[in-house]
Design a protein around this ligand. Structure first.
Ligand code: GUN
Length: 302
């Protein structure tokens, strides 16, 4: 079997268009323009690229986009003061603090200071709790986008065996909550799990979120399974000459060439889950703006 490649890039572009149209209607009907504030501390090159992409996509969707670039030497008190100011700003509906933060800043304290109703990353413990008990809240963008792609690929998830490899607060745990809510039978596997290949082979839905390049091999995949690869790993180029020149390539947590021979459908890296993360950030900002105004958000999933 040769797997169908799930085109996250195209799905994300459609989602951004739907968010932009819904945001335009919100502004026309209620005079509210959804606003996202992104805060970055320091000069980490990868973070700079992510933040620029977030700002540009938000502005392209017709939403307000403010980027706060703070020096590496910013103190925790200064960062907390900015968050308090953004919490109080009625024109800002979403606040995202780019991670990682410099080591002299306590990330948990900073994330915990964001108003949960503006926490468009869904990282605040209040939003984690809401997700766990099934209350409306803001859901972390990568798992939210992954579930949208799964529903696109499978339409009905109920009763399927889902195995998630990775137990992070950002992906693995919220993904487990979302798939439980879809009536999947959920297993969360991790680096200490016994016989990981056997666990994976039981999965109708396999979510790879371990952060280890090409860790999941083709023979770990049940024939016909749907595979969601959340990994984004930079590794040396496959060409030894280019690798010697320091050239790199991006791979997922799944060995894609092997996996396409086994899976029914799979998200490629790049072009799978990655583009969904920013699209879901915009969707969360729109949702937060609607809730702040007491307006029912339109359905965006597509
Ligand atoms: N750094 C890498 N990915 C993310 C993300 O999704 N949110 C935030 N805040 N920081 C990140």
């Amino acid at each position: 079997m040769r797997a169908r490649l799930i085109d996250g890039k195209a799905f994300a572009a459609g989602l951004v268009e739907r968010v932009a149209a819904a945001a335009a209607r919100l502004e026309a009907a209620h005079g509210i323009k959804p606003g996202l504030a992104v805060v970055i501390v320091g000069e980490d090159p990868a973070s700079q690229i992510y933040v620029r992409n977030k700002g540009e996509t938000t502005a392209r969707a017709g939403m307000r986009s403010d980027t706060h670039r703070l020096a590496e030497t910013t103190t925790q008190a200064e960062l907390l003061a900015l968050i308090a100011q953004l919490n109080a700003d009625a024109g800002i509906h979403g606040i995202l603090v780019q991670l990682p933060l410099p080591i002299h800043i306590d990330s948990a304290a900073v994330l915990g200071a964001i108003d949960p109703d503006k926490d468009v990353d869904g990282f605040h413990v209040v939003n984690a709790g809401r997700l766990a008990v099934g209350l409306p809240g803001l859901v972390p963008c990568t798992p939210l986008g992954s579930v949208m792609l799964l529903k696109e690929a499978l339409s009905e998830l109920s009763g399927l065996n889902a195995v998630i490899v990775g137990r992070s607060n950002i992906v693995g745990k919220p993904m487990a909550q979302l798939l439980l809510a879809e009536n999947c039978t959920v297993t969360v596997a991790h680096s200490r799990s016994r016989d990981l290949p056997a666990l994976c082979r039981a999965a109708d839905i396999l979510v790879a979120a371990a952060g280890r390049p090409e860790m999941i091999r083709g023979d770990w995949i049940k024939p016909g399974a749907t595979v969601i690869d959340v990994g984004i790993n930079r590794v040396p180029s496959a060409d030894p000459v280019k690798a010697a020149e320091g050239k790199t390539r991006v791979v997922g947590d799944v060995a894609l060439a092997e996996a396409v021979e086994m899976a029914g459908a799979i998200t490629p890296v790049p072009g799978g889950v990655g583009p969904m993360t920013i699209a879901c950030l915009l969707a969360n900002t729109y949702t937060a703006a609607c809730r702040a105004a007491g307006v029912e958000p339109e359905t965006l999933a597509g």
